[in-house]
Design a protein around this ligand. Structure first.
Ligand SMILES: Nc1nc2c(ncn2[C@@H]2O[C@H](COP(=O)(O)OP(=O)(O)O)[C@@H](O)[C@H]2O)c(=O)[nH]1
Ligand SMILES: Nc1ncnc2c1ncn2[C@@H]1O[C@H](COP(=O)(O)OP(=O)(O)O)[C@@H](O)[C@H]1O
Length: 213
């Protein structure tokens, strides 16, 4: 059996604060991390591939998967449906592999309230300012002015749920935020090493200690 069960590492932020960038960096840091590829009804952005960033589904196909109980969580965000397929997450966690999620606050709440909730580690990413948030969305250059306005209007709704998270980071300097994220993940992994393996070690230490006298 794996030394510990996998962690469900959940990143959320208002659109444009940098969670996809940070998620990519975490994946590069630890190739053992599994990224939970969400299903969505939104159209692919230039460069996005079905099965890599998202599974791009029609609304009918999405609803069918929800009805069949295939989603660990799902939500309606910015006029589209998004959801995390449950199967790969359950496989990973059983095998002791950590899974990384990029989901909104509704996804975080549903995962935390699911039967896998005790494995959740959630981190909220804040932008340094609202002005910088808009600058990043514009600089990313992947959404129309209309889509950017919609996301800016919804940013406070997302930010207002920061208190639901285990950790909150302000993504000002990207390298510094990445380091903090890695520190959180490393510490939480150590904290959750399964008790049986620790208890075996403590018993061994006790036997050795008793043998001292
Ligand atoms: N609940 C939930 N939210 C998701 C899921 N996948 C993505 N999201 C969220 O949907 C929002 C929009 O994502 P996206 O269209 O990729 O835009 P971006 O965040 O601006 O890159 C973000 O807040 C994502 O975190 C999912 O599977 N479930
Ligand atoms: N700390 C940062 N400083 C400056 N630009 C950043 C920082 N973090 C991310 N970005 C840039 O901001 C834009 C939005 O980041 P992205 O990761 O796509 O956000 P999200 O996934 O939260 O919508 C991208 O162009 C990204 O390169």
């Amino acid at each position: 059996m794996a030394d510990r069960r996998g962690l469900l590492i959940i990143l959320s932020s208002p659109s444009g604060a940098g969670k996809s960038t940070l998620a990519r960096r975490l994946m590069q840091w630890d190739s053992g991390l599994e990224f939970s590829i969400s299903a969505t009804t939104r159209a692919p952005r230039p460069g996005e591939e079905h099965g890599r960033e998202y599974y791009f589904l029609s609304e009918d196909a999405f609803r069918q998967q929800v009805a069949d109980g295939q989603m660990l969580e799902h939500a309606h965000v910015f006029g589209n449906f998004y959801g995390s397929p449950a199967g790969p997450v359950r496989d990973s966690i059983t095998q002791g592999r950590d899974v990384l999620f990029d989901v909104d606050w509704q996804g975080e709440v549903q995962i935390r309230n699911s039967d896998l909730g005790k494995h959740a580690l959630s981190i909220f990413i804040l932008p340094p300012s609202i002005r910088e948030l808009r600058r990043r969305l514009e600089e990313r250059g992947q959404d129309s002015a209309d889509v950017i306005s919609k996301r800016m209007l919804k940013s406070w709704d997302e930010i207002s749920h920061w208190g639901y998270y285990d950790y909150v980071l302000i993504n000002d300097d990207l390298d510094a935020t990445e380091e903090k994220l890695k520190t959180i993940v490393s510490a939480e992994r150590m904290r959750r090493i399964q008790q049986p393996s620790l208890q075996n070690h403590i018993r061994t230490l006790q036997t050795e200690f008793d043998g001292l006298s």
